[in-house]
Design a protein around this ligand. Structure first.
Ligand SMILES: Cc1ncc(COP(=O)(O)O)c(C=O)c1O
Length: 337
């Protein structure tokens, strides 16, 4: 294991020893291989660079309580990347290849997998992009799939904290029939102008539906859920990314006897909820202290401490990820080292 101060890592890129690559040409993917060179030469006219013909994923590897190595639900990320690929006119990466490449990247960089007690994890970032040089606006016929891994620190080094969020009605993350439901780079570049100014003030951004700006959509890089009357409520919208953690939490809720509703949530309903949180691979659950609506001068308060349901769900999902409880839904994908 590398000599790294695991508990002080943040969510930033720390170099590791290998990346994994596979190329698509003439209708077929090459065998994935590990290389120590993280630099990928790309033609200046590649479709990825000009037209953002690109998709990516994010998932985590855990060193479990019994010393094994487990990736959380990689088949779900494979499926989501296939959907992104289809939407971007790219060759989809078959699930077997996706999982094999992730496993290889983990095995080759196993010394960067943080120890169990630290709360740090190894983050896997699969990336797919068009490499064919083109000047006409049309899709590539050659693609690169690569997997980068990097150790990241615990999301909550000082305990399960809360974050304030601010509604933004002046920037839309995604158009109603646009690309919001896919994990493609353009969605993120185009929302920096909303997320960066908010981050500088220590806040997250809450995007609304871009048609009417009346309903909650999602956060810059995470879904949102709210809780009232023992009910977990999360937005139903065609422009939000289907979060794998949100999907997992809805299943955990049903296991725990918490009702689940996936429906449109008007901003005006916010004052009826007891708890709010963003959810995604990064933090699993990140409780929201308050949601500020600057256009109406209203602040919806949820408390400076995580709520009871958030706490319960956080513990439940963490216990599954770290193998402290049986894997009743088959979510742990163990990697032979
Ligand atoms: C826009 C957006 N929404 C939601 C999520 C959460 O998805 P997941 O739970 O699969 O990490 C992410 C992160 O991947 C994201 O970028």
């Amino acid at each position: 294991m590398k000599d790294i101060d695991w508990t002080h890592l943040t969510f930033s890129y720390t170099p590791t020893d290998y990346i994994v690559r596979s190329h698509y040409a003439n209708g077929a993917w090459s065998r994935p291989y590990a290389t120590a060179d993280p630099i990928i030469p790309v033609h200046a006219a590649a479709t990825a660079l000009q037209y953002a013909q690109q998709a990516f994923e994010g998932l985590k590897v855990y060193r479990t309580v019994d010393g094994k190595v487990s990736i959380f639900r990689p088949e779900m990320n494979a499926r989501r990347m296939q959907q992104s690929a289809e939407a971007m006119y790219m060759a989809p990466v078959p699930t077997d290849l996706f999982v094999e490449a992730c496993e290889l990247a983990v095995r080759k960089n196993i010394d960067y997998l943080p120890p169990y007690e630290t709360g740090a994890t190894l983050y896997i970032r699969p990336i797919l992009f068009g490499t064919t040089p083109k000047v006409g606006v049309s899709p590539a016929h050659e693609f690169e799939f690569c997997v980068v891994v990097t150790p990241i620190g615990p999301y909550f080094p000082a305990g399960f904290g809360t974050t304030p969020f601010i509604i933004n009605r002046h920037v839309d993350r995604a158009a109603p029939l646009g690309t919001g439901q896919w994990k493609v780079g353009g969605n993120y570049a185009s929302s920096f102008r909303a997320t960066e100014p908010a981050h500088e003030q220590g806040m997250g951004v809450l995007f609304l539906d871009s048609e009417e700006h009346k309903y909650l959509d999602e956060c810059g890089g995470a879904n949102i859920f709210l809780v009232k009357d023992n009910t977990y409520v999360t937005p139903l919208s065609q422009s939000i990314l289907p979060s794998i953690i949100n999907d997992s939490l809805m299943t955990v809720c049903r296991d725990l006897g918490i009702r689940v509703e996936q429906r449109k949530i008007p901003v005006t309903e916010l004052d009826t909820f007891e708890e709010a949180a963003s959810c995604g691979t990064g933090a699993a659950i990140s409780p929201i202290s308050r949601i500020i609506d600057p256009d109406n001068g209203i602040t919806y308060e949820f408390g400076e401490q995580a709520g009871k349901v958030c706490e319960r769900l956080y513990r439940a999902i963490r216990d599954i990820q770290y193998a402290r409880v049986p894997d009743t839904h088959g979510w742990r994908h163990y990697v032979e080292i």
